[in-house]
Write a protein that binds this ligand. Structure first.
Ligand SMILES: *Cc1c(COP(=O)(O)O)cnc(C)c1O
Length: 365
């Protein structure tokens, strides 16, 4: 049985009427840039993630840039983030003008190790960007305590963690701002690029809005030099059509993860995702560890099961960071994981038969 890694076409077919209607409405109303569909999605998304302000933008990468630019990071400032993420997280620290400082993960949850943060703080540290990787919240209790103690800001990278919770509280509501991606494959995905930055701080919200809109809130009144980072009306309408389905889709992902857990956790050499007791994982990715990862992936792929490696190289070891000359022993968990991690097919519509086929292949391997 072929099992795709994700099935965006199937999701579209299930809600085709709603999506087609949303696209037709934007065309009918000529509401391509800004306008009522963008405003509506910003309101709806803010409410869905329990926060006051949502500023939509072009993608989740820009969202990180906007948050840091609004916090006025400057050359010499150090921003701490995790060694295990997508490159947007660290690259935007550099593009915003600061210096990226990597920390290792905790060895269990794939998220940043609070003890490593504490050890990385210097007089130049200004902020921390934890990433709720694969959909599991980072240890926000410990991270916020460190931030308060050292007077640092926290921006949460929620690109993989829509509706995830830490001790019952939604991710994205702990730090001063949080960023989201609506890349098509994310838990809430547009049909193109899309992103948002959210905050409860009204002054910061206004500043981020200006930065994203050529530096002004009113046309031709550019108070600062901004960038052009817009969510277009079509993507906003598509996201508004999908948003009401997100809680149900999230539950389906969590249920599918339980099926994988039960089927895989007795198999020798397979390490299923470890979820800390205080965290609600939303399984953007279901990522196992296996000592012979490449051979396992080859066997699954040869039998029609798509897999992915997120990510094959931990951030400090990418060519982009050769200038720092990092060594594996500085990031033992992130480095060790890069050769063991394997993401299995995971999407809201995955069937029991598809999951059984995956589990069976892993068992036979
Ligand atoms: C997807 C992602 C981003 C970037 O989002 P884009 O919309 O692709 O720019 C940033 N951080 C993490 C952790 C991501 O997974």
């Amino acid at each position: 049985m072929p099992v795709p890694f994700a099935d965006l076409q199937l999701q579209y077919q299930i809600i085709k009427g709603e999506i087609d209607g949303a696209i037709a409405a934007v065309i009918r109303d000529n509401a391509f840039i800004r306008g009522p569909y963008v405003d509506a999605f910003e309101r709806e998304f803010a409410s869905a993630v329990d926060i006051k302000h949502c500023i939509s933008c072009a993608n989740g990468t820009d969202a990180l840039y906007l948050a840091m630019a609004a916090l006025k990071v400057k050359p010499g400032d150090e921003v701490i983030t995790t060694a295990h993420s997508w490159i947007s997280t660290s690259a935007m620290i550099t593009h915003a003008g600061a210096t990226v400082v990597f920390c290792d993960t905790d060895g269990a949850t794939f998220t940043i190790d609070p003890a490593a943060i504490e050890a990385a703080i210097t007089p130049r540290t200004v902020g921390i960007i934890p990433v709720h990787l694969y959909g599991q919240p980072a240890d926000m209790g410990a991270i916020m305590a460190i931030a308060r103690k050292h007077k640092l800001w926290v921006i949460e990278d929620c690109a993989q963690a829509h509706l995830a919770r830490y001790k019952g509280q939604q991710v994205g509501t702990f730090g001063v701002a949080a960023t989201y991606s609506f890349y098509p494959g994310k838990n809430l995905g547009a049909m193109g690029d899309a992103g948002a930055v959210v905050t409860n701080d009204s002054a910061l919200a206004e500043h981020m809005t200006m930065l994203a809109r050529h530096g002004g809130l009113v046309k031709h009144q550019h108070r600062i030099e901004g960038i052009n980072s817009r969510l277009d009306g079509m993507q906003a309408a598509i996201l508004s059509a999908k948003l009401p389905h997100l809680p149900k889709w999230t539950k389906a992902r969590r249920d599918a993860a339980m099926v994988y857990d039960a089927g895989l956790n007795q198999i020798e050499d397979v390490v299923v995702p470890s979820v800390a007791p205080d965290r609600t994982h939303v399984y953007h990715l279901y990522t196992i560890k296996h000592p012979r990862r490449d051979a396992l992936a080859a066997q699954l792929n040869a039998n029609g099961v798509q897999t992915a490696i997120d990510y094959p190289t931990a951030l400090p070891f990418l060519a982009a960071y050769n200038r720092f000359g990092y060594r594996p022993e500085q990031f033992p968990n992130a480095f060790g994981d890069q050769s063991r991690i394997l993401s299995l097919p995971m999407f809201a519509e995955i069937t029991r038969q598809q999951q059984d086929a995956v589990i069976d292949l892993v068992r036979r391997f």
